[in-house]
Structure formats: C-alpha cells, structure tokens
Design a protein around this ligand. Structure first.
Ligand code: ADP
Ligand code: FBP
Ligand code: MG
Length: 511
C-alpha cells in the first residue's frame, strides 16, 4: 500500500495499492481513539492453534471483490480486508464485555452463530463476560440481558430459531447505544439481514460520535440470499435442501392424480434464489416463477397456455413460486397493495393462494378438471436447524467476527467474498440488494431445464391489457406507466417491487 486517503463525501476508507488495487477498508477504534494500547494475541499460545502455519493474517492481506480478471488488468479494482486473527489485538480478555443480538426473520443457523461466537470468545480469547440481548434491537432497552457461556449454548446448534428471540422494528439507535454504554458493553455482535446491517452502521456511527471504545460487528443473515457482495448467506443451503421435500411431495401428488398440478410457494421477498436453486436441484419442476421475472397468465407465452400444454403432454406438472413473484399482477387484480411490517418491509400478497384460484377458475371456465394441490412450506423451511455445511459456514462467520472485533475493527460486516472471508464496509451490503441476474448463465440453465416460458413479452402484454381495460371503462386516472428500456423491464417505484432487477442489480459470480 503506498498511500492512504479517505473519501469525505461518502466516508469510505480507501487505500491505494500497487497495480491499481484499491482496499476498501472498514473503520477501526483507533480512528477516534488513536492512542489505544495493543496486546499480543493469546492464540499464539493456544495449544489448538499453535501448530497452524501462518495463523495470523498479514495486515495488508486483501480479498479481491472480483476474481475474474484479464491479462491487461490483473490486480486492479476493489479489495476488502481479509478476515482472521491478528497478531496484535486491542482488547484484553478481562476487559471484554461482549453482547450478541439476533434481528429480523428467522434463518437456519442463527443458533450456530450464537454458539460459535460464545465458544470462540471463550476458548480462543479467554473472554468470560458474554451477554445475550433478547428479542432483537428493542431488547437493548426493553429487556434484561442474559449471561451466555459454552455450557448454556452447548447444544443450541441442533435447534432451529434463535435462543435469544428476534423482532422487527424498534431500532431506536440512541437508546440502543445508551444501553450499550451504560451496561459497559464494548463488543457488540449483531446478526441480521439488510435492515439489521443498516442498524449496525447507525450504532457504529453513534458510538464513534460518543468517542467510546466499542467494536460493532455485523454478521449477515437472510434466508432469501439477497445480501450483496457475499458469496451466499448462511441458512440458504439448508433452506434449498428442505424445499426439496415440499417439491417432492408436490410432484408425488401431481403425478398420482388426473391432471395433477402441484404448486409450491417458497420464500424470497424480492429475489427468487431459493426458488431457482430448489428448482435446479429438483429437476421435477416444470415452471419456476420469481420476482425478477414478471409473468403473465393469458395469451401466447402466458402461464395458462404453458400449463395446458404440459398437462396435455405429461398429465401433470409442478409449479414453484417465490413469494415475491407476481405482486404487480396481483396489485392490478386487487387494485391495492399490502402495507408495511414493523421494520418498514413491504407486506406481500399471497401469490400462492392467488395462483391457485386463478388456475382453478381458468380450467373451470374451460370445463376441464385439474387436481391442484397447494403446498406452502415457507415457515417450516425457515424454522429448521441448519444442515452440516451451513453449520461449518456459521462457525467461520462467527470466528471471523470475533477476530475482527478483538483486533479493533468495527462498523463492518463479515462474509465470504470469492470463498475467502473478508471485513466488508457496511454500505456495500446495504446500498444494493442482490438479485437473480436473469441475463446470467444460472437463469439460462433453469430455463433450459424446465423449458418454461421466458415471459419476455411481459411489457407488451400488460400494455395491451391495460389499453383494452381503459377502452372498456371510463378512466379515472391515468394508468401507471411501465417503462421499457431496449426491451428490458424497468423498476416501478409505485409499488416498490423491482421488475427485471436482475438486469441491473447485483450480479452473480457463477460461471
Ligand atoms: N435503516 C435502518 N436503520 C436502523 N435500523 C433498521 C433499519 N432498517 C431496519 N432496521 C432494523 O433492523 C431490524 C431488522 O430489520 P428487518 O428488515 O426486519 O430484517 P432483516 O435485518 O433481516 O432484513 C429491525 O429491528 C429494524 O427496525
Ligand atoms: O413473517 P415474517 O417474520 O415477517 O417474515 C417473512 C419474510 O421473512 C423473510 O424470510 C426474509 O426475512 P429477512 O428480511 O429478515 O431476511 C422473507 O422471505 C419473508 O417475506
Ligand atoms: Mg431484509
């Protein structure tokens, strides 16, 4: 690294290195307390780790954000600080009072992360004062804390949910930080999704304003896999695996009935990752509907004609729908949209129930019988314990977080970037959501395995439908316009549902 510069307009810490490499760094407690003493990392004498070659991470080790390079530009571009233990740390074991909180929706693996933060702090750093904050952010100021130690958390990784409880809303940053300071907490581990990580940033900023020595670490959580930059969120693999059971059941039911249709709804508020991966893994799915690909029912290339064709050809079919799919279409039918949850997330209308009644009505009108079985396993999937690979992943996340906090880093989120754990500036994971890129190979693989319609004529079909409706009813107000850019879908801010977001959103790294 040859020069350091901070970007005052965005508060991003940038360090320029050789060959055009840029380190996008995370904050450190010495940014506002420059004279803090350092201590030798006790891992140096830990019998389990003493034999590890190069156990400590070099101060200037970085992880490249993009690893596909060209001969002309190797090494260029954004990098993040590599996660892991540092030789020098900024907290002595008996000085640490750590706390852990889980926020937002459930996700398989939450208990594993809690367990491994507790056990990692205890066994690797000798920390003995660890508190659980109950019921999410609001627990900081509405509940008593709960002492945590390896015995208390010993077998919690075998259970779904979170032993600490969770909640949405109630993130009063001033009250949270006052509670942290008043309780003498100096390490805060916050496990949660995009909303939670915005809270992590706000808490870090308030702590910095107050000038106290507190490290705040975010551990990204979401079953939807909609967090940008990181390779994959924990619990996602477990969810995809569990979704197979629902798809298998739908397939068995559909196959065994005359004109059998199995419909499975899977989670995915703004993105169809679970639906896409569950479909790819199962191979029994005939059509997968995701929020990134707006679909339509009637006419050529629509869902009805596809279902009719598959029933004619195979006698049965299986549909998978992500919960965030078709929201715009439903809003048109119902002439309304849902409200907001306590965190400000849009409440979705039930696309599964709606599709059921639409399909039934359509075939009744055609005087044809279908045997439709609807399976909604969403909360059953979210509430399971994490599988083996997620358990290992959760352990690495927890360890990366504690190494970072002990080394004095703060206001960061942790996660694998191209298979190497890194300390990621929070704005990177909150400013953009990750979406299925429908121009990427993975979606093409799905289309080629299901042979489902691509619904690319969505805009044309919907415009025609709107014009037809407008001609038959006197217009009260002009219909909401649907933007088309070079045949691509654009977002409709009126209902907050991103359309065709995969075309411009955060892209996949998969080949
Ligand atoms: N912009 C924000 N600033 C501070 N806290 C936030 C922000 N957005 C959401 N939160 C808080 O984060 C917590 C979890 O948010 P939520 O959106 O429900 O789940 P997730 O973090 O899993 O996306 C809630 O307590 C919510 O109030
Ligand atoms: O009913 P709840 O608890 O609000 O959760 C429903 C939502 O939670 C999710 O699992 C995502 O939650 P997060 O934003 O907390 O990651 C969505 O898939 C789903 O829409
Ligand atoms: Mg979220």
């Amino acid at each position: 690294m040859d020069s350091a510069s901070s970007n005052p307009s965005s508060d991003v810490k940038l360090v320029n290195g050789a060959n055009g490499a840029v380190l996008e760094d995370v904050p450190h407690v010495t940014d506002w307390l420059p004279d803090l003493p350092t201590y030798a990392n006790p891992l140096k004498h830990n019998p389990a780790y003493v034999a590890v070659k190069q156990y400590f991470v070099d101060e200037d080790a970085m992880v490249a954000k993009d690893i596909v390079v060209t001969l002309k530009t190797p090494g260029e571009g954004i990098h993040f600080r590599r996660a892991g233990p540092r030789e020098q740390i900024y907290f002595k074991a008996d000085e640490v009072r750590a706390c852990i909180v889980t926020c937002g929706g459930l996700c398989p693996g939450l208990n594993t992360v809690i367990r491994e933060i507790v056990c990692g702090l205890w066994t690797q750093y000798g920390v003995r004062d660890i508190l659980g904050i109950e019921a999410g952010y609001k627990g900081f100021y509405s509940r008593n804390t709960r002492p945590l130690n390896p015995k208390v958390v010993n077998d919690i990784h075998k259970r779904g949910g979170t032993i600490l409880g969770t909640s949405r809303g109630g993130s009063d940053i001033n009250k949270i930080v006052s509670s942290i300071v008043d309780r003498g907490i100096n390490q805060v581990y916050i496990i949660g999704g995009d909303g939670t990580q915005k809270g992590v940033n706000a808490i870090y900023e308030e702590i910095r304003k107050r000038g106290v020595k507190v490290a705040v670490a975010g551990i990204p959580k979401t079953i939807d896999n909609d967090i940008a930059v990181i390779d994959k969120s924990f619990g996602f693999d477990s969810a995809v695996e569990e979704a197979q059971r629902a798809i298998d059941a739908a397939h068995t039911e559909a196959e065994s009935a005359e004109n059998g249709v199995g419909l499975v709804k899977l989670m995915g508020r703004y993105t169809g990752y679970i639906a896409m991966y569950a479909t790819l893994a199962s191979r029994d799915v005939d059509c997968c509907l995701i929020p990134e690909v707006p679909f339509y029912l009637e006419g050529k290339g629509g869902l009805y004609s596809f279902v009719e064709k598959r029933l004619r050809e195979n006698g049965h079919l299986v549909l998978v729908v992500a919960e965030g799919a078709g929201q715009e279409l439903m809003a048109q039918s119902f002439k309304e949209t849902g409200g907001l949850d306590a965190s400000g997330n849009k409440l979705l209308m039930d696309v599964g129930q709606w599709l059921c009644s639409k399909l039934k009505d359509h075939f009744t009108e055609k005087k044809e019988i279908i045997n439709l079985k609807y399976i909604d396993p969403t909360y059953m999937i979210r509430a399971i314990r994490s599988n083996a690979s997620d358990n290992v992943y959760c352990t690495l996340l927890a360890h990366s977080a504690i190494h970072g906090a002990m080394a004095g880093y703060t206001g960061f989120t942790v996660g694998p970037v191209n298979n190497r754990h890194a300390y990621i500036p929070i704005h990177r994971v909150t400013e953009k959501q990750r979406h299925v890129n429908i121009t990427d190979r993975m979606w093409a693989r799905l289309l080629s395995s299901t042979n489902q319609p691509d619904f690319l004529k969505y805009d044309k079909v919907m415009d025609a439908k709107r014009k037809k409706e407008a001609a038959s009813t006197p217009a009260e107000s002009p219909p909401a316009s649907i933007g088309t850019v070079g045949g691509e879908h654009t977002a409709t801010p009126e209902n907050g549902i991103p359309r065709g977001v995969g075309l411009s959103g955060v892209t996949e790294n998969l080949g």
